[in-house]
Ligand binder design. Sequence first.
Ligand SMILES: Cc1cc2nc3c(=O)[nH]c(=O)nc-3n(C[C@H](O)[C@H](O)[C@H](O)COP(=O)(O)OP(=O)(O)OC[C@H]3O[C@@H](n4cnc5c(N)ncnc54)[C@H](O)[C@@H]3O)c2cc1C
Length: 228
Amino acid sequence: MSDPGLTPDGPQPGSTKRTKIRRIPDRAVTSPTVRDEVLDAGLVAHVAVIDAGQPFVVPVAYARSGKEVLFHGSSASRLFKTLADGQPTCLSVTLLDGLVLARSAFESSMNYRSVMVIGSPRLLEGDEKAEALRRISDHLLPGRWSDIRPPSDQESKATIVLALSLDECSVKVRTGNPEDVPEDLVDPNFAQVWGGTVPLTESFGTAVPDEFSGGIQAPSYIETWTRS
Ligand SMILES: Cc1cc2nc3c(=O)[nH]c(=O)nc-3n(C[C@H](O)[C@H](O)[C@H](O)COP(=O)(O)OP(=O)(O)OC[C@H]3O[C@@H](n4cnc5c(N)ncnc54)[C@H](O)[C@@H]3O)c2cc1C
């Protein structure tokens, strides 16, 4: 019998014991496509590292490449060295889509799309490492790589590049209106309180040149940058 958690895009999000969403399971999403869309829309991931028993959560730039998440850090970083040694980690990416205003504090919430990935990262070297650095740049700054100086050998040595497989991950999404308790909706005071959602979007502002850019036109690719 084929594994019901296995899709042509790899194991389904939430298909392992450790990643099955138990709390409000109707917010669980099993589509690898939605997972990839969230990862492709985000700019910052948070990666967990335990050092001497103390957990740390490190914000990092990242990119998705097929069925892996790529991220980098300083070779001098104690935390990155720990990850490069193969310590298991958890990486999460969250897109905040709005605030949800209910008639009670308890039911007030947030609309979001959230991906959590667990596993042990793989240290990238050589061509794979160089390609991963380009991909991370392309994700954050599409169009920029061909304009700028690529990393020197020294700079590359100063950088640890890691890949974390998406084989074990989960996706949780909340959308829609508040879910007020019925009593609040007929309560003489609280039924008069406005409820609903306030969407939240991230967007780029107008590019601001630095002091060395006098007279140089801002690159046209910046105009194509959008956030969703
Ligand atoms: C922007 C935002 C704000 C939130 N605010 C709160 C808050 O204030 N209080 C609160 O209790 N919860 C909040 N949540 C939900 C929170 O992330 C957890 O889903 C929730 O606390 C349930 O945790 P649990 O360990 O009981 O989940 P369980 O369902 O028992 O977790 C089982 C597995 O489900 C997966 N999983 C759990 N949560 C997520 C997730 N968010 N994204 C992807 N996979 C997940 C993991 O693989 C985990 O191992 C928020 C989520 C987001 C994205």
